[in-house]
Structures are given as structure tokens and as C-alpha cells.
Design a protein around this ligand. Structure first.
Ligand SMILES: Cc1cc2nc3c(=O)[nH]c(=O)nc-3n(C[C@H](O)[C@H](O)[C@H](O)COP(=O)(O)O)c2cc1C
Length: 363
């Protein structure tokens, strides 16, 4: 499986998720089977102004490849210049976000706005492709259309054709319209039809992939080349190895559907992932920001705990690092079989309690 010159080890990708898919989330996922990841949408003008904190959002390390840097913006010139910055920073692929449905983004002629402003979208596609060295693949993220009108479907087609025409290596399609935001079901049938029409193109499919079973089902039902795992990966880095395992099983047996339910991660595996995640987040963001980010992560991780409701409530109440450690010690110390979590050794993994310093977390 390739996107241009970039080889992917598996057909499952960690999606761009604003506020979540930083290097910490990506590395925790990569250590659990994720072989391709996309950054959250990075605003072109912020990249160009090089503001404080920019390094934090765009720094990658050797473990974090292959990776696509995702850009969002409204002007061909600034998008093209920002793309070059990401390439200089070592990004393997440049992805353009023409999908974001958030009001303030689309009203600023960014993201999903392109699906109703094809001229602008095409200009950006061309300018970015021209600016980026030929060996660096470019891709574009789209929704299936802006709304449910025939005119909108036509505009989607125009963008798709333009992307192929300029040599884009792949297109990601979220099976909802921009107007739908996150409501209703994503239409996988549309993904199937797109893949059927473009069998030789690389299509990433997106929408309603919440479990490893969903990821494999999308791949099999629609034929997309890569499944974009978004909300389903928040607090569930195991989804990647599970999806790979399930797909392998099904390819070997020829039987679709799970042979047996996938077992949830043990308590010690959950603790390990939480600790790794916090340690890397702290290196990137410092204690305060890492704490805020990890609380919302912890809330999502909690769903795998046998006392999920109680653990979720405990994460919600956290306002200090001391309390974070207490939650880990209370709920994640020992699993059902009485096995204590093993200590970690890698640089970016530290299972020791963090400082007692109070975190002024937003409640
Ligand atoms: C909190 C949140 C942040 C998101 N941020 C991004 C983003 O930065 N870039 C992007 O391409 N998509 C972003 N998305 C969209 C997801 O990547 C994905 O396309 C969408 O959630 C549909 O997939 P799902 O139904 O499987 O979650 C975001 C979605 C959510 C819920």
C-alpha cells in the first residue's frame, strides 16, 4: 500500500483530530500498530508567522513517520508557502483540509468551504502541488459534498478530478456533507462508489469508524485503500493492532465478521498507555497543558476499565497531577489476574508519578 512514494505497512491511519492527535497520541498509537498518521489541521498563516508554540505543534521525531502534515487556509499563495515549511520540517506527505465543517473555519473560506468554492479549491490544489518537491506526495481531505444538492455533488467531482489532474497521491473522503457536521450516519455506500469509479487511485475512507471491527468492515464493504480512524482512536490506541489482526484473520480464513470478540486491553496495558501518553505530552506541552489534554484523554481511556463509569468520573474530577496519580494508583495498579504493571524503560516512557505541583486545570 503506497501513497505516492510513501509505503504504508497497514491500511489503517490515525486521523487528524484537532486538540488530540499531537505527537503523544500518534506515538502511543504507532507503538500499537498504527503505521500512518496525520497531524491536526495546521493553519497556514500561523506556520508562516512562526509564532510561539509553533515548534510544539509541528515537531516530529524519527519514530513519527510516515506522517502527513495537514494544512488549512484560504489562499493559494499562503497554503503553498506553508506546505514548503512542513516539507522542510521533514513531513512525508502534505494533506490539505477541504473538509472542516466548523462555522468559523468555513466562514473564513477555509476547510469545507472549498466544496462550495471550487475555483478557490482548485487554485490551492495547484499552488501546493507546484510548490512541493515532486517526490513528496500531496493529498486532500474532502467531505462527500457541501450539502445534498446535485450542484454540490458536481462540485465534489470537480475537486476530485482536479486533485487527480494535478497529481495528488490520494484523496480522503468523509462520508458526510459539510452541512451535516457530525450528525447522521456517514454514507459508506458513496465511498464504495468512489472507489469503484477510481480503482487505480488511492482513496482513504472516513466516517463512523469507532471500533476495530468498524475499520475492517469499512475496508471490506467499500474497498477503500486506507481507513481513517478518528474518534474511534481517542483513548483507544489498541484499535490499530486489533484492526490489523482482524483483517489478517479474515484474509486468511476468508470469513468476514469477527471470529471471536476482541479482548479489551488489560489494566496493566491501559496503565502503560496512559503513562506513555502523559509522559510524551508533558515533554511536548509541559505539565499544565499536558494535564489538561490528558484529562480529556483519560475520560476516553476509561471506557476499557471494568469500572468504566467510576473511572470516568474520577478522571473528570482531576485538577492536579497528584490526583492524576491517585486515579492511576487506585484504578490501574493491578489487573484482574493480580499482575502488577511492569516499569518502562524508554526515554519517552516514565511510569513514575509526576510532580505534586497543582495543575490549574480547566474544569
Ligand atoms: C474533535 C475533532 C477534531 C477533528 N479535527 C480534525 C482535523 O484537525 N483535521 C481533519 O482532517 N479532521 C478532523 N476531524 C474529523 C475527523 O478526522 C473525522 O474525519 C471525523 O471525525 C469522521 O470520522 P469518525 O466519524 O470516524 O470520527 C476532527 C473531528 C473531531 C471529532
Amino acid at each position: 500500500m503506497r501513497i505516492g512514494s510513501i509505503q504504508l505497512e497497514s491500511p489503517f491511519c490515525q486521523a487528524g483530530l484537532a486538540g488530540y492527535s499531537d505527537r503523544a497520541m500518534r506515538l502511543v498509537a504507532r507503538r500499537r500498530g498504527c503505521s500512518y498518521a496525520v497531524t491536526e489541521a495546521l493553519l497556514d498563516t500561523i506556520l508562516l508567522s512562526g509564532g510561539l508554540g509553533l515548534k510544539k505543534s509541528i515537531d516530529i521525531n524519527d519514530e513519527d513517520h510516515p506522517i502527513a502534515g495537514q494544512l488549512i487556509g484560504s489562499q493559494a499563495d499562503t497554503m503553498a508557502r506553508a506546505a514548503k515549511i512542513l516539507v522542510d520540517h521533514g513531513y512525508d506527505v502534505i494533506d490539505l483540509n477541504f473538509a472542516c465543517p466548523v462555522k468559523k473555519i468555513k466562514n473564513a473560506a477555509r476547510g469545507g468551504h472549498m466544496l462550495r468554492d471550487v475555483v478557490r479549491g482548485v487554485e490551492i490544489l495547484q499552488a501546493v502541488r507546484d510548490a512541493v518537491a515532486p517526490h513528496v506526495p500531496t493529498t486532500v481531505s474532502l467531505r462527500r459534498s457541501f450539502d445534498d444538492t446535485a450542484a454540490s455533488a458536481e462540485q465534489f467531482e470537480q475537486l476530485l478530478e482536479a486533485a487527480w489532474g494535478y497529481g495528488y497521491g490520494a484523496v480522503r473522503v468523509h462520508g458526510r456533507t459539510v452541512q451535516q457536521k457530525y450528525q447522521g450516519r456517514a454514507q459508506w455506500e458513496i465511498l464504495r462508489k468512489i472507489k469503484q469509479r477510481y480503482p487505480d487511485r488511492v482513496i482513504l475512507g472516513s466516517g463512523d469508524v469507532f471500533t476495530a471491527e468498524d475499520a475492517v468492515a469499512m475496508k471490506q464493504q467499500t474497498g477503500v485503500d486506507v481507513v481513517w480512524i478518528a474518534r474511534g482512536a481517542i483513548g483507544n490506541p489498541w484499535i490499530f493492532q486489533n484492526a490489523r489482526q482482524l483483517l489478517d484473520q479474515q484474509n486468511q480464513t476468508g470469513v468476514t465478521g469477527a471470529a471471536a470478540p476482541l479482548s479489551p486491553p488489560g489494566i496493566h496495558q491501559q496503565r502503560q498507555a496512559l503513562c506513555e501518553h502523559f509522559a510524551i505530552a508533558m515533554q511536548i506541552h509541559g505539565e499544565q497543558v499536558a494535564g489538561r489534554r490528558m484529562r480529556k484523554m483519560g475520560i476516553k481511556y476509561a471506557r476499557f476499565h471494568p469500572q468504566a463509569v467510576e473511572v470516568k468520573q474520577a478522571f473528570i474530577k482531576i485538577i492536579s497531577l497528584r490526583q492524576w496519580n491517585e486515579v492511576l494508583d487506585r484504578y490501574y495498579k493491578v489487573d484482574a489476574a493480580g499482575v502488577w504493571p511492569s516499569p518502562h524503560s524508554s526515554d519517552e516512557v516514565n511510569n513514575e508519578p509526576f510532580s505534586d505541583k497543582l495543575l490549574e486545570l480547566e474544569v
